[in-house]
Write a protein that binds this ligand. Structure first.
Ligand code: UFG
Length: 322
């Protein structure tokens, strides 16, 4: 598609996959990233790179003066635990950073934004699978920042400045199947990269947080969605904005729940060896089960996940190691 997109946070884990998807579909892609957690190796051939931070209002304004058909915003701090210890860091980077982006868009008449939101906006699930009508009650500051940004987008929309699609991700996992994205997250906090570090002996082992939940095997159940499927939803969202000019908040998950123990067992099968782990106390704030109702993504975007087998998803990560 012959449109020019600014991908903010495009050198990060999800951003690089979005970049790949957009380049493959013929979009013109400019990546804006401060490389604080992203990696320059994730900037792919064909994309233009601008090193910058979203707190730099003047630079954002200058960059947007080039003119863009749309913005994808994925630049954010995302460690839930850290957000409860340093809310000030999350307030600044996530909320102020996003407002700077919206302001720069308004100043430069750029109308369309696809935003990287999270299932964390819902807080403790009152029911599963969670649809978009589920009450919004974040229980950690990270989730609150995502909601605060959605609220600002709702206002900017009402006031005629933007149209947005907020994509509420469930648990993003996997890597592009071609191995074209190789930058790893530094100091990962999520289950899959932690397991992979244990599998490659970058760490001694890991803990499964809690085995006394009200689930089949006692460990937490999550909705693991392949990052390339997530990425595809971003290009569909952009195209939807260009065509229909409507704003939405949309869940992105598979609807299938997989327990931590099932992930660990599946990983052992994929890598062909035992992992070193033990059971530990529950992690505060973890719901027993979190799965998505992704009906709206299908209806509005025509999106459906291609990866449905968790072993296949795990293989896309392991293939980078072997
Ligand atoms: N887990 C372990 N051991 C670890 C790490 C994680 O047992 O070393 C468990 C967690 O307790 C949880 C599951 O693995 O039950 C998944 O944990 P992650 O930290 O990978 O992911 P979360 O489900 O906690 O959170 C993720 C994103 C959030 C997002 C949320 C929404 O990290 O940003 O999904 O669903 F808000």
């Amino acid at each position: 598609m012959n449109k020019k997109i600014l991908v903010i946070g495009g050198a990060g884990y999800i951003g690089s996959h979005v970049q790949k998807q957009l380049l493959d579909e013929g979009f013109e892609v400019v990546v804006f990233d401060d490389l604080s957690s992203g990696d320059i190796v994730n900037v792919l051939d064909g994309a233009t790179f601008i090193k910058g931070n979203i707190l730099d209002e003047a630079l954002l304004n200058d960059v947007m003066k080039q003119g863009f058909d749309g913005v994808v915003h994925l630049a954010a701090k995302k460690a839930v635990g850290e957000s409860m210890i340093h809310p000030e860091v999350y307030a600044k980077n996530n909320i102020i950073g996003a407002i700077n982006i919206l302001n720069a868009m308004a100043n430069n008449n750029i109308k369309y934004i696809v935003f990287s939101s999270s299932a964390a906006v819902y807080g403790m699930p009152l029911y599963t699978p969670i649809d978009e009508k589920h009450p919004i009650r974040p229980i950690n500051y990270y989730g609150y920042t995502k909601r605060a940004i959605e609220e600002n987008m709702e206002w900017f929309d009402k006031l005629g400045k933007i149209k947005y699609i907020s994509l509420r991700y469930f648990n993003a996992v996997g890597y592009h199947k071609d191995g074209c994205i190789r930058g790893k997250e530094r100091n990962p906090q999520n289950l899959m990269p932690i397991i992979m570090e244990a599998a490659t002996e970058k760490r001694e082992g890991f803990s499964i947080f809690g085995n006394d939940y009200d689930t089949e095997d006692g460990t937490c159940v999550r909705d693991y969605i392949h990052v390339s499927d997530l990425a595809k939803a971003h290009s569909l969202a952009l195209k939807n904005l260009f065509q229909n000019n409507n704003s939405y908040a949309i869940n992105l998950g598979t609807g299938v729940g997989t327990s931590v123990k099932e992930i660990v067992d599946a990983t052992e099968k994929v890598i062909g060896k035992k992992l070193n782990y033990s059971y530990a106390e529950r992690r505060p704030g973890d719901p027993a089960k979190l799965t998505a109702d992704a009906t709206k993504a299908k209806e509005i975007l025509g999106w459906k996940p291609e990866y449905t087998d968790v072993s296949e998803i795990i293989s896309t990560v392991w293939n980078l190691e072997i």
